[in-house]
Design a protein around this ligand. Structure first.
Ligand code: 13P
Ligand code: SF4
Length: 300
């Protein structure tokens, strides 16, 4: 009797499918995937893939982004109820209102957003390329949507005028300066690596701020032997795989994104067996959102 993993591999080969997974996914899903990455790398991989079918293990905006970039492929989201609370905070109407208020500004939209919001935007960005995207624009004014923390982090190294939306990631937004002080006193001299979705005060106190991939690369290349990690707990799996001799402490044990834990092996199997659940988008939304995402990929 083949195991679940064997059945998934067999179906994957038969269907010429590729499994993409985010670093916050359960370890077993990361180990199953053909490629694990941050949001930027996953978009790039989806676009460059020769597969007929993409099984996207992440949250819904990620599978949607793959579909937007690969409209002719079958993109499967094994569990569409896995959303992103931050992406749900902003609507297309919010974007139109901000545009009418700041008509000279470019709308830069974090990839953690719905397809309909991307469709209202000039360009997308991820946590890995947000500063480069903002720099690439001729505009003096930026409307940054929806993450106020990432927006403020980028604004810190920019001379442009930023208008923020008040969205935030409920997981990262909970980090506090007090948690940083406590972690530093428990682990003196240990560097703190955080995601830019963290509050500005926490990012200022950190030794390194970067996307999930960059945090992993930083820890792997650093001569330090231990790190305090300020991002979602799923990242500990790839960190421990990449740095077997190093120690990782969590800034908070509560930094768990429930949406990122909603896909299991059985979901992936059903996905490949029964095309569960194919991502479909409104044609006009899809093509307008594609412009914003393609503009981002053309920059980096
Ligand atoms: P990355 O693009 O850095 O992987 O972040 C995605 C995300 O959802 C962070 O909460
Ligand atoms: Fe969304 Fe935050 Fe979960 Fe990332 S960690 S998917 S931003 S809720």
């Amino acid at each position: 009797m083949p195991t679940l993993i064997e059945r998934i591999h067999e179906l994957k080969t038969r269907r010429n499918a590729v499994i993409l997974a985010h670093y916050y996914q359960p370890g077993i899903i990361q180990d199953l995937a053909d490629f694990v990455g941050d949001s930027l790398e996953l978009s790039q991989r989806a676009k460059a893939s020769n597969a007929d079918v993409i099984v996207f293990c992440g949250v819904s905006f990620m599978a949607e982004s793959a579909k937007i970039l690969c409209p002719d492929k079958l993109v499967l989201n094994p569990n569409p109820s896995a959303g992103c609370p931050m992406a749900d905070m902003v609507t297309p109407e919010d974007v139109r209102l901000l545009r009418s208020r700041y008509p000279e500004a470019a709308v830069v939209t974090y990839i953690n957003s719905s397809a309909a919001v991307k469709a209202e935007s000039d360009i997308c960005c991820t946590s890995a390329n947000a500063a480069t995207i903002v720099r690439s624009l001729p505009h003096r004014e930026i409307i940054f949507i929806p993450d106020q923390n990432l927006g403020q982090y980028v604004a810190g190294s920019s001379d442009k005028i930023f208008h923020y939306f008040d969205g935030y990631c409920p997981i990262h937004h909970r980090y506090t300066a007090e948690q940083v002080r406590r972690a530093r006193s428990r682990h003196p001299g240990v560097p703190l690596l955080v995601h830019p979705e963290s509050p500005p005060l926490v990012a200022e106190m950190a030794d390194f701020v970067g996307s999930t991939s960059r945090i992993i690369a930083y820890a792997a290349q650093s001569e330090d032997r231990a790190f305090i990690i300020g991002t979602e707990s799923g990242i500990l799996h790839p960190l421990r795989k990449a740095c077997t001799e190093k120690t990782f402490y969590r800034l908070s044990s509560k930094a768990i994104c429930r949406d990122m834990k909603m896909i299991g092996l059985r979901d992936v199997l059903s996905s490949l067996e029964q095309d569960q659940y194919a991502v479909h988008l409104d044609a006009s939304v899809q093509s307008r959102a594609a412009e914003a995402l393609e503009r981002m990929l053309a920059v980096c």
